[in-house]
Design a protein around this ligand. Structure first.
Ligand SMILES: [Zn+2]
Length: 226
């Protein structure tokens, strides 16, 4: 074996989704599968309440990638996943209405943050802001209480529990942003979390324009699959 091919072997790592060796973050096959989840128009939910900008449909390889990112200590996946969102944002016409927004990642509850070691939304926001030039405000919001086991609750109970889930973070307590704010999260499901975060900011006079997410769950599709 030639020396350079030996080096090449060491440079290769396992694809986080299929464990095959790859020189890129995801192997070509998995990258293709990821792209199949990508929305043709990430701004298709922007006219809804709240406005949502979503890179892809929460399912398939995207769902598996997010699971690795969040639950398997793969903080490094923030880079390729955040890059995808940033590229979609840079190409989207909706961006022109929002010159220089401040990005606020949805915070995790302190206990969960410590347990995981990182907030996946914050890491995505870091990569996003690095590539788009948007201003990052990681402490714009703070969790007020633990909101674990939400999945056991009905939609109405969930909304009620989440109503007071956030307080103004220490950065915004010191000084409120003058620029419009966009929230950023990994997954958007019922929207209850985002609505609660928006209400908290708006109560303090912050102009929140919408949320940017890596993946949006499509409820009717989930039903179809069952
Ligand atoms: Zn793969």
């Amino acid at each position: 074996m030639r020396l350079d091919s030996v080096f090449h072997l060491f440079l290769k790592s396992a694809c986080p989704l299929c464990q095959r060796p790859t020189a890129t973050e995801f192997c070509l096959g998995c990258q293709k599968e990821l792209e199949q989840q990508q929305f043709c128009d990430p701004a298709q939910f922007w006219q809804e309440q709240p406005s949502v900008f979503a890179w892809g449909d929460y399912g398939g390889a995207l769902k598996r990638a997010i699971a690795q990112f969040k639950y398997c200590d793969r903080a490094d996946l923030a880079r390729p996943l955040g890059r995808q969102v940033a590229q979609a944002w840079l190409a989207a016409p909706v961006r022109r209405d929002l010159a220089k927004p401040t990005i606020v990642p949805i915070p995790l509850h302190v206990g969960k943050h410590q347990q995981r070691g990182y907030n996946q939304a914050e890491l995505l926001a870091q990569e996003f802001c690095h590539l788009t030039g948007c201003r990052l405000q990681p402490n714009g919001l703070q969790r007020a209480q633990a909101t674990e086991a939400l999945f056991q609750l009905s939609a109405a109970q969930r909304e009620q529990t989440l109503k007071h889930a956030f307080i103004l973070g220490k950065d915004f307590q010191r000084r409120l942003p003058t620029a419009p704010v966009l929230l950023l999260d990994d997954i958007y499901t019922s929207g209850a979390t985002v609505r609660s975060a928006m209400q908290t900011l708006r109560r303090h006079g912050v102009r929140v324009k919408g949320v940017i997410v890596l993946a949006k769950a499509m409820p009717w599709k989930t039903k179809e699959r069952q």
